[in-house]
Design a protein around this ligand. Structure first.
Ligand code: GLC
Ligand code: CA
Length: 557
């Protein structure tokens, strides 16, 4: 696809359209910076690093859940949607954080988790106590079991973290949990659930939050009419909205309601859907009448391969254009093996839908995660090249804390220190997501490498100091310098949301033009590629007359 190059369109960085080409930096609050030496990151810690955030040149931060939680799933088990976990801070600390970010021209997105609550949420506690048939149970999905005495679960459904998707309460009924048993699914056929989330959205929007990242956005609407299907039937996700529990058309009615809340603010609050759906379905979530934007995980899931990247870029741009939205590009997040490690391990191969047949990098972790068994230097080289390509694409870019340091996945976490439920529930299949959630290294040495003064809630490896902010801050050749330079240049160069491919005569080299003379060449291959005439603005690694293997460059021509 070659969209016409639009030199005229000025890109808004403020006002209602600020999100279209924003760079959003994801903060996992428990692992960013710890202000009170309890080993857990907190809001005051983030405020203490505000100059660092500002120095990156980002437009917004997205905060992973910070609500009161028993941490059965890293905070995605929410006990109270309108409060802050005391280990992370208070509502006053939240307000101070928002004020500090806004004072630095950084917008704030928060995570909203509507598919399930924590089992300690007052609604669920009430539901268990109130017994079968009660109004309190109608806020969740309770069913009678099967078999003698109903001792077998209602269906054979599996939790996404492994094991059964149903758990029995003392009076014999079962409740549905798509994720861990501590995360009971809400019943979105109940108007009370709708009302409560509208209240939550207003609560945070009134406090100055600029937007919301909507967790598991495709799961809320469920057809629970009998007879319930089997797991084998659920395994197929049709593209017409007819799946019993995923991506049903009526989930958009919920987001249309949310949109009226968003649009009551000036500028309207934004939202981005985390929805694992076929790309043909994405425009429903990314419509201005619903959430407005949706993640595209295609680059995060694919191999480091030029033709694949090119196909994905074209597909995503045209899908986003269908609803008038922009693409959200992403290579790393809190659920993924860091791309600097992933790209140093062999790709496991893809399913017909383009997703890897097993988690990319997962084989290495399962085999023990021996750091000598991956090519970390190559992983980082490819990661930097891929990031430079991503940052030059039209649309918004999501970065995950620590990727700007070139952090590798931490593979050497002892089993006893692991926290992720997918490790405990799915043992033989995956090691879980703790390795990308280890607290950040700020200094070369010292207690928890400057994360705080009292250790770190997930153990940091000895090599962490080498990747610290301190070690990279003044080094013009560091990964951190590359990210800062790229983000500063991107601000200068960013124009209309157009992209035009330039043929290179090589399958392993991609070249595109953006409006205003910005050109990008990425060499995915092993042979150098002669650069055309033009001013080299930035390279993901050293660049001469030729573009070396696994390197990307921005040019002005
Ligand atoms: C999303 C989150 C993930 C969480 C899950 C359940 O996929 O990104 O971290 O475990 O939802 O809330
Ligand atoms: Ca703390």
């Amino acid at each position: 696809m070659s969209l016409p190059v639009d030199h005229e369109t000025v890109v808004p960085t403020s006002g209602a359209q600020w999100w279209r080409q924003a760079v959003v930096y994801q903060i996992y609050p428990r692992s960013f910076a710890d202000s009170n030496a309890d080993g857990i990151g907190d809001f005051r810690g983030i405020v203490s690093r505000i100059d660092y955030l500002s120095s990156l040149g980002i437009d917004a931060v997205w905060l992973n859940p910070f609500y009161p939680s028993e941490l059965a799933d890293g905070g995605y088990d929410v006990i109270d949607y309108r409060d802050v976990d005391p280990r992370i801070g208070t509502l006053a600390d939240f307000d101070a954080l928002v004020a500090a970010l806004h004072a630095h021209d950084i917008k704030v997105l928060i995570d909203i988790v509507p598919n399930h609550t924590s089992n300690l949420h007052r609604w669920f506690v009430e539901a268990v106590d109130a017994g079968r048939g009660s109004a309190a149970r109608e806020r969740y999905i309770f069913r009678e079991g099967t078999g003698p005495d109903g001792a077998e679960p209602p269906t054979d459904w599996r939790s996404l973290f492994g094991g059964r998707a149903w758990t029995r309460v003392p009076d014999g009924q079962w409740y549905l949990h798509t994720f861990a048993r501590e995360q009971p699914d809400l019943n979105w056929s109940n108007p009370e659930v709708h009302e409560d989330f509208l209240t939550t959205l207003r609560f945070w929007a009134d406090r100055g939050v600029d937007g919301f990242r909507v967790d598991a956005a495709h799961m809320l609407a469920k057809d629970m009419s009998e007879p319930l299907p089997t797991q084998a039937e659920l395994d197929v996700l049709p593209r017409d909205g007819s799946h019993p529990t995923l991506d049903r058309d009526e989930v958009q009615d919920i987001y249309a309601q949310w949109r009226t809340v968003f649009n009551a603010y000036d500028p309207p609050r934004t939202a981005v859907a985390e929805a694992a759906v076929h790309s043909s379905r994405v425009p429903r979530y990314a419509s201005p009448a619903t959430l407005g934007q949706s993640f595209f995980f295609d680059l995060l899931l694919c191999d480091y391969d030029a033709p694949t990247y090119r196909r994905i870029v074209d597909d995503c741009l045209s899908v986003a254009a269908e609803s008038g939205s922009s693409v959200t590009w992403v290579l790393d997040n809190h659920d993924t093996i860091r791309h600097a490690s992933r790209y140093g391990t062999p790709y496991p191969g893809a399913n017909p839908d383009g997703t890897p047949i097993r988690k990319h990098g997962g084989d290495w972790l399962l085999a023990g995660g021996d750091p000598t068994m991956i090519d970390a230097a190559r992983g980082l080289r490819r990661a930097c090249a891929a990031t430079m390509l991503l940052l030059a694409l039209p649309g918004s870019a999501y970065l995950y804390q620590g990727e700007e340091l070139g952090l590798q996945e931490v593979s050497e976490i002892p089993d006893a220190a692991r926290q992720d439920p997918s490790f405990f529930r799915n043992r033989a299949i995956e090691v879980g997501r703790d390795g990308c959630r280890v607290p950040l290294p700020w200094t070369r040495t010292g207690t928890s490498y400057g994360f705080g003064d009292g250790g770190a809630h997930l153990p940091q490896p000895l090599w962490f100091g080498h990747y610290s902010v301190e070690a990279q801050d003044a080094d013009a050749g560091s990964t951190l310098a590359l990210y800062r330079n790229a983000l500063a240049l991107r601000r200068e160069l960013q124009g209309g949301e157009a992209l035009e491919w330039v043929e290179t005569g090589r399958d392993d080299v991609l070249h595109f033009r953006r409006p205003g003379g910005w050109q990008v060449i990425a060499n995915f291959g092993t042979e150098p590629y002669p650069l055309p005439a033009g001013e080299v603005l930035l390279g993901s690694g050293p660049v001469g007359d030729d573009l070396p293997s696994e390197t990307a460059v921005w040019l002005r021509v």
